[in-house]
Design a protein. Structure first.
Length: 66
């Protein structure tokens, strides 16, 4: 009886992990991560070209505060 109960609990936990990993690698999540990565690369490029003041001005134009 206890063994079946433990196997049931382990199965439920395992299914939860599998569901979490599948949902975390969905296309929407990947698109969101790619968007954030591209924004970060843009800021790095601006910083390299124009310096820190340009990054602050760029964020101000977008209405963001960092």
């Amino acid at each position: 009886m206890h063994r079946k109960f433990h196997i049931l609990i382990i199965t439920i936990i395992f299914c939860g992990f599998v569901t979490f990993f599948i949902s975390s690698y969905s296309q929407e999540v990947q698109d969101s991560r790619d968007k954030v990565r591209k924004q970060g690369l843009l800021l790095v490029q601006i910083y390299k070209l124009l310096g820190a003041e340009a990054v602050v001005r760029h964020d101000a134009l977008l209405g963001e505060r960092r």
